[in-house]
Write a protein that binds this ligand. Structure first.
Ligand code: SF4
Length: 299
């Protein structure tokens, strides 16, 4: 009886902790997170946080995942570059990466000896899936000697055939540091266009040779009526600036939302094969060079 009461008190305490952060966060257009929602999440966040400690695991959550993950269980939250840095610095034995596949793959490439698990399993990404390594090889063969940059939203195989990996935060500075007046940039066509314009503006023009696709969220028709970002980022602003109002609409990345408290708990307790990230050793070694070059050129 006493232990049941103690468990209920612990769940209620956890629900109140969650509600303290999430009360200002939108769950739908019309509703905010309620204490009942937090109560439903609390048993999971308590269990996940306990297993995480017992297993010396760290949870990295991309800002586009859901707020119960971002504020309930994540040790670190951020964009793909910030999380790649955290994965590199982490001393935990196990990395749980709530994000999409290419991000968890990057964490595995940086930490080959660690177990890296992605709760959502093979969560794709429109952008990463728009380009294959063979397409990059063909492009490089057509433009011999031209340095190739790859946006971090690319598969390990694509990173392995490029010289430097970049993110939206460092792409302009890294591009400026590359030799020659031409650059290959994959797989984001929109970012390639921005890159060419920005380099012109900085008076260091380069011809950008590109191929690939675009993000289904960033290129959503919603953009035309004021989409600022992905919903998860708006949720983070709502949690961290509870006195401010943020406008809808925004895009939603359905791949990121495949990470849930339930599959995060599963990833810790008994991961399914498709949640465990493995990268071919040779591909990982080659991709690592492109990732290390990014860290080096960002210093
Ligand atoms: S927001 Fe776009 S680029 Fe980012 S993971 Fe989702 S589909 Fe990929």
């Amino acid at each position: 009886m006493l232990s049941t009461l103690a468990k209920e008190a612990a769940v209620m305490g956890e629900a109140q902790r969650l509600f303290g952060v999430l009360h200002s966060v939108s769950k739908t257009k019309a509703e905010k997170w309620t204490l009942e929602d937090c109560l439903a999440a609390a048993a999971y966040t308590l269990a996940i946080n306990r297993f995480k400690k017992e297993q010396n695991a760290v949870i990295l959550a991309h800002s586009y995942t859901t707020p119960d993950l971002v504020y309930g269980v994540a040790d670190f939250r951020g964009d793909s570059y910030e999380l790649a840095l955290k994965a590199r610095e982490s001393e935990a034995e196990k990395i749980i990466f709530a994000g999409v596949w290419f991000m968890a793959e990057t964490a595995k490439i940086i930490n080959p000896a660690k177990q890296v698990i992605i709760p959502a399993g093979k969560a794709g990404c429109t952008l990463a899936d728009s380009m294959t390594a063979q397409q990059v090889r063909d492009l490089r063969a057509k433009h011999p000697g031209v340095p190739a940059l790859c946006y971090i939203n690319g598969s390990a195989e694509v990173k392995a055939v490029c010289d430097v990996c970049v993110t939206s935060g460092n792409v302009f500075d890294i591009a400026q540091k590359m030799p020659g007046d031409e650059l290959i940039f994959v797989p984001d066509m929109l970012m390639a266009e921005n890159l060419e314009n920005e380099l012109k503006r900085r008076q260091t023009p380069k011809k950008i040779i590109s191929s690939g696709g675009s993000c289904c969220v960033a290129s959503s028709p919603d953009k035309t009526v004021g989409m600022l970002t992905e919903r998860g980022l708006v949720n983070r602003l709502e949690a961290e600036y509870p006195d401010k109002q943020f406008v809808w609409p925004f895009g939603v990345c359905s791949y990121m939302k495949k990470n849930t408290l339930i599959n995060t708990l599963e990833a810790l307790v008994d991961p399914r094969a498709e949640q465990v990230v493995e990268v071919d050793t040779l591909v990982a070694q080659q991709a690592r060079k492109a990732i290390d070059n990014m860290f080096e050129l960002t210093k």
